[in-house]
Design a protein around this ligand. Structure first.
Ligand SMILES: Cc1cc2nc3c(=O)[nH]c(=O)nc-3n(C[C@H](O)[C@H](O)[C@H](O)COP(=O)(O)OP(=O)(O)OC[C@H]3O[C@@H](n4cnc5c(N)ncnc54)[C@H](O)[C@@H]3O)c2cc1C
Length: 287
């Protein structure tokens, strides 16, 4: 049923990096909720897997001395939405995590897998984009840190270098302090369904005026995106009804949704505007 030739199961990161360096043909598997589906669909033949499941220390969530929140790539969605640090400082990510799949999937699926599969519907992506998340990518030869905004290469494609493993996601203090956030997932079913549209909004205001607004969308372009045009226009604006409508309309300057069996382009455009508006109203304190 699963055409697996070999599986490596290292127990520490260095071992995993060394194995991958010497065997760049390996397919990394974390929770396996995407990889095993692909295997079952015959996408890989005689695959050799590098499992990260037993690697210790990659599933921790902690706050560093400078206030940066560090999330291990192997952290499951259940752990994320139940974590105190996440709920206190970046609840938008908890909201995204709990909207994902169903309990069984959330218990095994990892945030690293959600990022590295490059899916436009990845529920963690819009929230992480608004938080200006940074990715720590490691090989046996060294590590690099890249913004999530620069990681996507196209539908289902990310800019992982050969033998590179995503080890951590970082959210720096200035990207969550004094912000309120909202993630809205719109899907045909309440659970076990991927998003037709995902909208994340992160807002920092003083006296009802925008200091900083970030809007990110899932399933609205070939990759998850930020709506920079709407964000730019919003700076300094008062959160009046008219301004909320203008900002919501302007998201369509960056969005490029397409028709699919889940929903038409026109319906998706409507949802992007309405859900952005709804998120902004909620963050303004309307309900
Ligand atoms: C029934 C079902 C429902 C689902 N519902 C949702 C949903 O509502 N929302 C949603 O966003 N997704 C959903 N998914 C998709 C999937 O569960 C997620 O994308 C999940 O986060 C993938 O994580 P994983 O650990 O299982 O990844 P895996 O399947 O192990 O890996 C996914 C990809 O990432 C790579 N990879 C994984 N970890 C790393 C790493 N640390 N470094 C480098 N590469 C890595 C793998 O090689 C693979 O290409 C669903 C899947 C199923 C089966």
């Amino acid at each position: 049923m699963f055409d697996i030739k070999k599986i490596y199961e290292p127990t520490c990161l260095q071992e995993a990096l060394d194995i991958y360096q010497n065997n760049p043909q390996l397919k990394v598997i974390a929770g396996g909720t995407d990889v095993l589906i692909n295997l079952r669909h015959g996408k890989y033949e005689e695959v050799e897997l590098l499992s990260l499941q037993r690697v210790k220390g990659l599933d921790e969530i902690k706050m560093l001395d400078d206030g940066t929140i560090e999330i291990g790539a192997l952290t499951t969605f259940t752990k994320i939405f139940r974590n105190d640090l996440i709920n206190e400082h970046i609840p938008i990510l908890a909201e995204a995590a709990v909207s994902m799949g169903g309990p069984q999937i959330r218990n095994i699926a990892t945030i690293g897998g959600n990022i590295c599969n490059g899916a436009v519907s990845a529920d963690s992506a819009p929230a992480l984009l608004t938080l200006n998340a940074l990715l720590v990518l490691e090989t046996a030869m060294g590590s690099r840190t890249v913004p999530l905004t620069e990681f996507y290469a196209g539908p289902g494609k990310v800019k992982l270098q050969p033998s590179e493993i995503l080890t951590k996601i970082l959210i720096t203090k200035e990207n969550y302090t004094n912000f309120k956030g909202k993630y809205i997932k719109f899907s045909n079913r309440k659970a076990m369904d991927i998003a037709m549209i995902g909208v994340a909004v992160l807002l920092n205001t003083t006296d009802n005026r925008v200091n900083d607004l970030r809007i990110a969308l899932g399933v609205s372009a070939p990759t998850p995106i930020r709506c920079y045009e709407a964000e730019k226009v919003s700076i300094g604006l008062e959160l009046t009804e008219d301004n909320l409508k203008t900002i919501s309309e302007m998201t369509l300057l960056d969005a490029k949704p397409r028709d699919s069996w889940r929903g038409s382009k026109a319906y998706r455009e409507h949802l992007i505007k309405v859900l952005t508006y709804r998120a902004l109203r909620e963050l303004r304190g309307d309900n």
